[in-house]
Design a protein around this ligand. Structure first.
Ligand code: MOS
Length: 746
């Protein structure tokens, strides 16, 4: 427990337990209701018609044909779309991105919404959309990353500088005994959550009820309120379950807003669900990058400089530049470092956050280049990393908890059996003659905190309630946050009602940036502290209580009782305290936010190391990952089962990143040619070997009261690099391009 945790609150009875998912039974029995499972009375179906061109404008739609369909109720186009209170191209907060809401005939990318057909059935709406036969005024799509003019963006990610330097990189490179320069390419990737973006929207006057998957209900409320000119308090969002989000549901998307507009247009509840192929455009994606690393080191392997230059792509009409250089600020101790950016514009939807935005692509390049540098120094790549990992954050100079990283390297290596790895490539074969290679990659992700609120109540019947508008996108929030809540109010889980997943509950911020457990958990913990303090106040001021005189920091709460800290034989149940005081219940509120003072003094990151074994067919170039071992240190572990599962999910995405995922644009039309799950490759069970994730104990008292860091995204960051390095070790070929395809290895 950190120094800042309220001393009267006890931890450990629920936190730390590997409980199974609280909502698991609902999910496996099909009773969990996802957004698209809702069917309010009189509901109609909306289907989006999307553009087949990537740039130009819509000249005509055959509205008559669509409206002649017996099931079609109406077709929403720029001619009749409800008037919005705000231009959807207006940039409000740093988290506001432009969306296409049928306000004009312009087409900015393929798969953009150009009309919405509302009908009595999904089939009729689908047929109606097909009858529109749009004609276009087509302009040549800008699809070529290589030839597009480059410019230096003002900022990257959300407000990060596009140039960061520390020390003299030129001098560091010049004075080095060994230098490498390597360029790594990563492709556009699209979120492929199992559940597509979906919305069921119902207006009642100016009051709006929507069922939609959201990683951040309060931000969605604010955006909808702005667009429709209504109060956020009049928007009720239910989002208890998400079938994955990965960042694509962090902000409400254009198609979701179109569902709300369609419901307004027809005056009835409307359901709108994106088809899989329609997700390739309007809901964000990971930008392609080209990253050039120049690294210098002395003959003994100590780094002298790292220069990391990224070229990223954004859309033609909005700005989001993949902040791939961020990892280089935080991993390796070097007297000089520089991260710089250029960007190009393509006729695509705007790229956005996708699981470990920046770190995922950046670590592929950095970890590959570090491996190349290790080899140039004649050193084992693990030994090189152990020599060079930073003990204070290189860019800021602030102390941070990278000591745990050493343990990740050491324990991971031991478990994997790294010792005795041959330095040179092409040295190992298995019994079938396949080339075998071993690689390591460092994992890192910032420990972020957003703002959240929570409330707690304890009742005279010995039960309690904790409320927070948190979101579970599959990561386990229903379970882990309830565990924090139970310990926070000192009740066993079965006496606690834990509510989340609707927007009328206190704002839990966004389930993103791997910060949801830290943020929502801290607010819950603080609400627990407040309600226990109120209860202790009642007891310790009452001379009929065995706790009389202890003061409210002189008690410990657990199992529905308060105990005197200095004499645990003196205790009293919550029921007794409240009943005697004549109170039905007692309430408390808690908040969470990053502490600027602590953030000024400390850098905060989770760390890890991933070890990969690959087998490569020497004749066919086919790569299989045969083993993956990850060791991660991410602060306090609330639920080891959920945490391990998050690491596995990240590591599997790392396999995907290294070997499978790539969206390919048709150079003539600007359309994504593989906008489906048959040709956009993601791993299936047969692609995933035995996985191991080692949970390294770490107590970090600076990040937040409970010492929680994020676990959702870090697993992606080391894995793809480790696999690329293992492929080199097996074959002697540095692919320097993901996905690593077999033709590169022949
Ligand atoms: Mo994540 S890309 O912050 O949902």
């Amino acid at each position: 427990m950190s120094d800042t945790a309220p001393v009267h609150v006890r931890h450990g009875s629920s936190i730390g337990q590997s409980l199974t998912r609280a909502e698991g039974m609902l999910k496996v029995t099909g009773r969990a209701r996802y957004a698209a499972d809702h069917h309010p009375a009189d509901m109609l179906y909306a289907v989006i018609a999307t553009s087949t061109i990537a740039r130009g404008r819509v000249v005509a739609l055959d509205l008559a044909a669509a409206k002649a369909h017996p099931g079609v109720i109406d077709v929403m186009t720029p001619a009749n779309a409800p008037t919005l209170a705000q231009d959807p191209d207006l940039k409000g907060t740093p988290f506001t991105f432009r969306m296409e809401l049928l306000q004009n005939d312009q087409v900015r990318y393929a798969n953009q919404s150009i009309a919405v057909v509302v009908a009595t059935s999904l089939e009729a709406a689908t047929e109606g959309a097909a009858l529109l036969h749009p004609t276009y005024d087509v302009e040549t799509a800008r699809v070529d990353f290589d030839d597009a003019p480059r410019f230096v963006p003002d900022s990257v990610g959300v407000g990060s500088p596009s140039k960061d330097t520390h020390g003299d990189v030129e001098a560091g490179l010049a004075s080095a005994d060994r230098r490498i320069e390597a360029t790594y390419d990563t492709p556009a990737q699209y979120h492929n959550a199992m559940e597509p973006h979906a919305i069921v929207a119902a207006w009642d006057g100016d009051h709006l009820t929507i069922d939609t998957p959201s990683q951040g209900m309060a931000m969605a409320q604010a955006r909808i309120a702005g667009l429709f000119g209504i109060d956020a308090a009049d928007i009720f969002i239910r989002s208890p379950f998400l079938g994955g989000g990965f960042g694509s549901k962090g902000l409400i998307s254009g198609p979701q807003i179109l569902g709300v507009m369609a419901a307004k247009l027809v005056g009835k509840p409307v359901k709108l669900v994106l088809r899989r192929d329609q997700m390739y455009g309007p809901v964000g994606h990971r930008s392609p990058t080209r990253q050039t690393l120049k690294i210098g080191a002395m003959a003994d392997g100590s780094l002298t400089a790292i220069d990391h230059h990224t070229v990223a792509a954004s859309s033609s009409f909005d700005d989001f530049f993949e902040p791939a250089g961020g990892v280089t600020h935080t991993l390796y101790a070097t007297p000089a470092l520089s991260t710089t950016y250029e960007a190009v514009r393509l006729d695509t939807g705007t790229p956005l956050f996708m699981r470990a935005p920046g770190e995922a692509s950046g670590s592929v390049a950095l970890e590959g280049a570090i491996d190349e540098m290790a080899f140039a120094c004649g050193m084992d790549p693990l030994e090189f990393r152990l020599k060079n990992y930073a003990e204070t954050e290189p860019l800021s100079g602030k102390p941070f908890s990278s000591k745990a990283l050493r343990e990740c390297y050491e324990q991971g290596a031991k478990r994997f059996g790294w010792a005795g790895r041959p330095l040179a490539s092409r040295q190992m074969r298995d019994e079938a003659g396949l080339l075998v290679g071993w690689g390591v990659g460092t994992a890192t992700f910032p420990a972020l905190m957003f703002q959240a609120e929570a409330r707690a109540e304890l009742r005279a019947d010995g039960t309690g309630t904790v409320d927070i508008g948190a979101q579970d996108m599959g990561q386990g929030a229903w379970t882990a946050l309830a565990q924090i809540a139970a310990d926070g109010v000192g009740l066993p889980l079965e006496k606690l009602t834990f509510n989340m997943g609707t927007s009328d509950l206190p704002n839990a911020g966004i389930a993103g940036g791997s910060a949801h457990t830290a943020t929502a958990g801290t607010a819950i913990h603080n609400a627990g502290g407040a309600v226990i303090a109120a209860l202790a106040e009642l007891a310790t001021n009452d001379d009929r209580s065995p706790l009389y005189g202890a003061g409210n920091t002189g008690v410990v709460a657990r199992d529905g009782r308060l105990f005197r800290r200095d004499d645990e034989s003196r205790s009293e149940s919550y029921e007794t305290i409240l009943t005697r005081a004549g109170q039905a219940s007692v309430q408390g509120k808690g908040q969470a936010a990053a502490d600027p003072a602590t953030q000024k003094d400390y850098a905060m990151h989770a760390h890890g190391a991933v070890f990969a074994e690959v087998k490569v067919d020497p004749d066919l170039g086919q790569v299989r990952v045969s083993r993956l071992v990850g060791a991660f240190a991410a602060g306090r572990v609330i639920n080891p089962r959920m945490v391990r599962s998050q690491y596995f999910g990240g590591m599997i995405w790392g396999i995907s990143f290294a070997l499978q995922e790539r969206a390919t644009m048709d150079r003539r039309t600007g359309r994504i040619v593989n906008a489906n799950l048959a040709e956009y490759h993601v791993p299936v069970n047969a692609d995933v070997p035995s996985l191991e994730a080692i949970l390294i104990e770490e107590r970090d008292s600076h990040v937040n009261a409970l010492g929680i860091k994020g676990v959702g995204e870090i697993g992606v960051t080391g894995t793809a690099g480790a696999i690329g390095n293992a492929v080199w070790h097996a074959t002697g070929i540095r692919a320097r391009e993901t996905p690593i395809r077999l033709e590169k290895l022949l």
